[in-house]
Design a protein around this ligand. Structure first.
Ligand code: GRF
Length: 197
């Protein structure tokens, strides 16, 4: 049975585009909804251009009431009946309650070689630590931020003269390869980690 995938984003949605474009042909999944936490997320226009249903729940009116925001998000997601949720640059921290409701069905991409550099500013932190390698990770989402079983990693060499921006740009290219590769496996019921390149 084809798996139904909902993608959550906050920004430009380049990972969403990579995921959506991969779900064709014999791929075991199809995108059914792209959701954002604001109407202005650039990824929503890109999803519409790809012919995918979109919606948003603006987090701002829920200020201070994270679980009410998440309930609204959950209610909208449930309507689309997704089997899998992909977080793709979704910049809201999710509570344990929400995560538990989607347990085993929610993936995230994080721009570091986890367990290194959970949280923000990963590229600057890798440079400050003089790391020879950096990269990205796709993992199952568990209640702790940027934890959960690792489903794939892609490495990127750090080059002399790299800035956070140049490094981020090279990592992003690998994100666009890694996330679709992991989703394809995951949707087929295979959790064997993907290693790129
Ligand atoms: C990516 O770097 C992702 O790893 C991070 O946020 C960024 C999203 O970029 N969590 P995009 O919206 O997919 O272009």
């Amino acid at each position: 049975m084809t798996k139904r995938v909902a993608i959550l984003l906050s920004g430009g949605g380049s990972n969403m585009v990579a995921l959506a474009q991969s779900m064709t042909g014999d791929h075991p999944a199809r995108p059914v909804l792209v959701m954002a936490n604001s109407a202005g997320a650039g990824g929503l226009d890109k999803a519409r251009a790809l012919g995918i249903d979109t919606d948003f729940v603006d987090h701002r009116p829920y200020k201070g009431d994270r679980s009410a925001f998440e309930q609204a998000l959950h209610d909208r997601l449930v309507q689309a009946q997704p089997d899998i949720l992909c977080l793709a640059g979704f910049m809201r921290v999710l509570t344990e309650g929400f995560v538990r409701r989607w347990h085993g069905r929610m993936l995230n991409i994080h721009p570091s070689l986890l367990p290194k550099y959970r949280g923000l500013h990963t590229h600057a932190r890798a440079l400050a630590a003089d790391d020879a390698q950096h990269g990205c990770t796709v993992h199952e989402v568990t209640p702790e931020l940027d934890e959960g079983p690792i489903l794939g990693q892609a490495t990127v060499p750090v080059l002399a003269g790299d800035t956070p921006d140049t490094l981020a740009a090279r990592v992003l290219i690998m994100e666009h390869r890694l996330y679709p590769a992991v989703l394809r496996r995951f949707a087929a019921g295979d959790r064997t980690p993907v290693h790129l390149p």
